[in-house]
Design a protein around this ligand. Structure first.
Ligand code: TNX
Length: 510
């Protein structure tokens, strides 16, 4: 046929005959499209990096220098085809703000093109996943550093791909959170939700209410010494997250989950008496005093300081499990708290319970954490414009046990192994909520039973990558068997990084 002749002609002109080929099934989240050409490209010891973005170029150089031992000189500005080029020009429009095009060829090396630095960064994650897992090692490894040739075009399905860490039930330091940020960034997560206050601890310094941190932060679940972040600590974590193109969403949980605040200031209590600090794991017993004017001074000053420290658009007001607040008090309180968020120039985020108080202000996101597929008040708010973030506890909760034998975690929402974490469609899950009303997906990690970074790793990996893929990849790529194979390919990477992942029996780990 004519087509056959054309193909034969191209093949002849391009050097060695190139077999039709596919990319190795190793990238998580699965990209939008991949066209392999059957060639390979091996990084030479003389490899160089040119990058239009200093931050992403420096990030890639740091990882590659450590494991390859190559000098990898980095030139910032005027990215030009060489061994590795990160370019902010020439990307197809379809990649949008966060997508990228990655081209690997024997003659041209590696070219990543994006419209914005975030896209270059996500393209770098894909590039790293195409290299042997030992590339993530902090010490020099033998290589060779060979990549498959071809082109990947990629961009996210959802704009919100989040992870939440509860630093209230157990305290975690900024360094521990930055380690988690680095792990999340590998899977193109772009929002970090920090649960900064709960019954057991208040973890962020507030200048206008200093005892919140110094007294309210002085313990944690189990009675340990707790801790808190200074505002400088918080700002440093926000900046670190930004260097990984991740936006921090701070949460002050209200009106329930407030025992640490109520214990710190007697004046916040309806009866004027401060309760004792709490180190157990019950929920639903505390409430801010809805009828007290000082309550709203408190909310305004706390959220005002947090808004000033937070460049991201959202302040999360919690709103969950307020079972010792009456329904009418709850509606009164949430309405006022939402207005305070708006007055500070931020958009409201809250657990989906906030939709029991009516539709939140324009631009709000309500986070679904239920275990059924129905939440009528949330659906009603969505119909009025509230965006939905999906964290169904029986699929997305990273604190659920994998199996009955898992040492850490809880079981109230069920057991969540890899198949359960991956096996649902965030865009088509809740009755009366359409895909266009869904902003994205988040994996919350509550820490009643989580104490160390190794514990965080164990609960998040390998499930967090499943949620990240649901948030990024087009539904057309959804395939349990192919996904578990891709996930298995991550094992050597986590090993090289010292990530304490759970060896789920549903995955064959190389
Ligand atoms: C429910 S889910 C909570 C948290 C607990 C978690 C434990 C939600 C919005 N609230 O207070 O830590 O369960 O799994």
């Amino acid at each position: 046929t004519a087509l056959g002749l054309v193909c034969a002609g191209l093949g002849a002109g391009a050097g060695p005959a190139v077999a039709a080929s596919t990319f190795p099934n190793v990238v998580v989240p699965a990209p939008v499209s991949e066209t392999a050409d059957g060639t390979t490209f091996t990084l030479p010891a003389t490899a160089t990096i040119t990058s239009d973005d200093a931050n992403t170029g420096g990030y890639l150089a740091g990882i590659l220098r450590a494991s390859t031992g190559y000098a990898l000189p980095l030139t910032v500005g005027a990215a030009s085809p060489g061994t590795i080029a990160l370019s902010l020009s020439g990307a197809p429009a379809s990649v949008g703000a966060e997508g990228y095009q990655l081209t690997v060829s024997t003659s041209g090396g590696v070219l990543i093109q994006a419209q914005q630095a975030a896209g270059l960064f996500h393209g770098v994650q894909t590039l790293l996943q195409l290299l042997p897992g030992s590339v993530m090692s902090p010490t020099v490894q033998p290589g060779p550093w060979t990549l498959p040739g071809g082109t990947i075009l990629d961009h996210p399905r959802f704009g919100y791909r989040g992870a939440m860490l509860d630093i209230a039930r157990h305290f975690f330091t900024p360094a521990q959170v930055e380690r988690y940020i680095d792990e999340l960034a590998l899977y193109k997560v772009n929002y970090l939700h920090l649960h900064l206050s709960d019954d057991q601890g208040w973890r962020i310094a507030v200048n206008s209410w200093p005892d919140l941190a110094t007294y309210g932060g002085s313990t944690e679940v189990g009675g340990g010494t707790g801790g808190y972040w200074t505002q400088a600590d918080y700002s440093a974590v926000v900046a670190y997250a930004a260097s990984r193109y991740m936006t921090v969403v701070p949460e002050i949980d209200m009106p329930g989950h407030t025992n640490a605040a109520l214990a710190s200031y007697a004046s916040l209590n309806c009866n004027g008496v401060a309760p004792a600090l709490y180190t157990g794991t019950n929920v639903g017993f505390s409430s801010l005093c809805v009828s007290l004017p000082l309550t709203y001074t408190f909310v305004d000053q706390v959220l005002g300081e947090l808004a000033a420290l937070t460049p991201g658009p959202y302040l999360h007001i919690g709103g969950d499990e307020a079972s010792s607040t009456s329904a009418s008090d709850y509606a009164t309180f949430i309405g006022k708290a939402e207005a305070i968020v708006t007055a500070h120039g931020k958009s409201v985020m809250g657990w989906h319970d906030i939709t029991n108080a009516g539709t939140p202000p324009a631009g709000a996101q309500a986070q679904f954490w239920g275990t059924t597929t129905s939440a009528p008040n949330l659906a009603a708010a969505a119909a009025n414009g509230t965006e939905v973030v999906m964290s169904p506890a029986n699929h997305a909760y990273l604190d659920m046990k994998y199996t009955r034998k898992t040492r850490l975690g809880q079981t109230w929402a069920g057991l969540v192994d890899v198949d359960t974490a991956y096996g649902w469609d965030p865009g088509n899950y809740l009755t009366g909520v359409s895909g266009s009303q869904v902003a994205g997906v988040e994996g919350p990690l509550w820490t009643e039973t989580i104490v160390t970074s190794a514990d965080i790793d164990y609960m998040a990996f390998p499930r967090l990558p499943a949620l990240a893929e649901l948030g990024w990849s087009p539904w057309s790529t959804h395939d349990q068997t192919a996904f578990t194979a891709r996930l298995g390919a991550q094992g050597p990477r986590w090993k090289a990084m010292g990530v304490n992942y759970y060896h789920s029996t549903q995955v064959s780990w190389p």
